[in-house]
Ligand binder design. Structure first.
Ligand SMILES: [Mn+2]
Length: 188
C-alpha cells in the first residue's frame, strides 16, 4: 500500500536478480498506483495490481512491508504460497514469514537486500544497482537521515560502480513532475 522508493526499488532489484541471474519466472504485485517519479525504475511497469487469487506460488517474497496486512487482498497470495520470505528493515516487523531477513539497523530494505546479495556473492547487474541505489537514497533522504551508516555509504559507492548514476537517479526521483503539475505551478 502506497509504495515508496525503497519498496519499489527493492521489488524491482529482487525481480532483476531472480529473472536475470537465476533465469526464473517471477511476477511483481503492488496494491497502489506507481508514483510518477518512480516510473524510471527498470521493469517497474511489469508490476501488476490485479491477480488471479487462485494462484499458488512456490515462493512469495515480501519486501519493505512492516506488517502483512499492508498488502491488502494480495495477502492471500502470500498466505497460500508454498514458501514465504519476509525481507525488511522495520523494527516493528513481527517476522511473519517462514524465513525472515530483518535488519533494523539497516537504512532501508534496499540496504538489507544489498547485504544479502553481497553475502551470497551474487553479482549485482546494472538494473539491480539502479533499483537498490534508489531504494537506499530515498529512504535515507539522500544520505542525510540518522539511518545513514558507513555501510550505507559503502553500499551506495558499490552500486555506483555497478552502474547506478546518482545524478540521474536523484533527478528522476525529485525533479520529475507531471505536465499538469508543472502547468499548475506556473499558473500559481
Ligand atoms: Mn523502507
Amino acid at each position: 500500500m502506497n509504495p515508496d522508493g525503497d519498496t519499489l526499488g527493492s521489488m524491482c532489484a529482487m525481480y532483476s536478480m531472480i529473472c536475470n541471474r537465476f533465469k526464473i519466472k517471477a511476477d511483481m504485485s503492488i496494491v497502489s498506483n506507481i508514483p510518477y517519479n518512480y516510473k524510471f525504475l527498470p521493469n517497474v511497469d511489469l508490476a501488476q495490481r490485479y491477480f488471479d487469487k487462485s494462484l499458488v506460488y512456490d515462493l512469495v517474497i515480501s519486501l519493505d512491508v512492516a506488517a502483512i496486512d499492508r498488502v491488502l487482498d494480495s495477502k492471500i497470495l502470500f498466505d497460500k504460497a508454498k514458501c514465504r520470505v519476509n525481507i525488511d528493515h522495520h523494527k516493528t516487523n513481527p517476522a511473519f514469514g517462514d524465513y525472515n531477513i530483518i535488519e533494523s539497523d539497516s537504512s532501508s530494505c534496499g540496504e538489507v537486500l544489498y547485504n544479502y546479495f553481497k553475502a551470497n556473492n551474487w553479482d549485482i547487474d546494472k538494473d539491480s544497482a539502479v533499483c537498490l541505489y534508489t531504494a537506499i537514497m530515498t529512504d535515507t533522504g539522500n544520505f542525510r537521515f540518522e539511518n545513514t551508516s558507513s555501510n550505507t555509504l559503502r553500499a551506495a559507492a558499490d552500486l555506483v560502480d555497478a552502474g547506478a548514476n546518482p545524478n540521474y537517479i536523484y533527478k528522476q526521483c525529485y525533479e520529475t513532475k507531471t505536465k499538469n503539475f508543472v502547468l499548475f505551478q506556473n499558473y500559481r
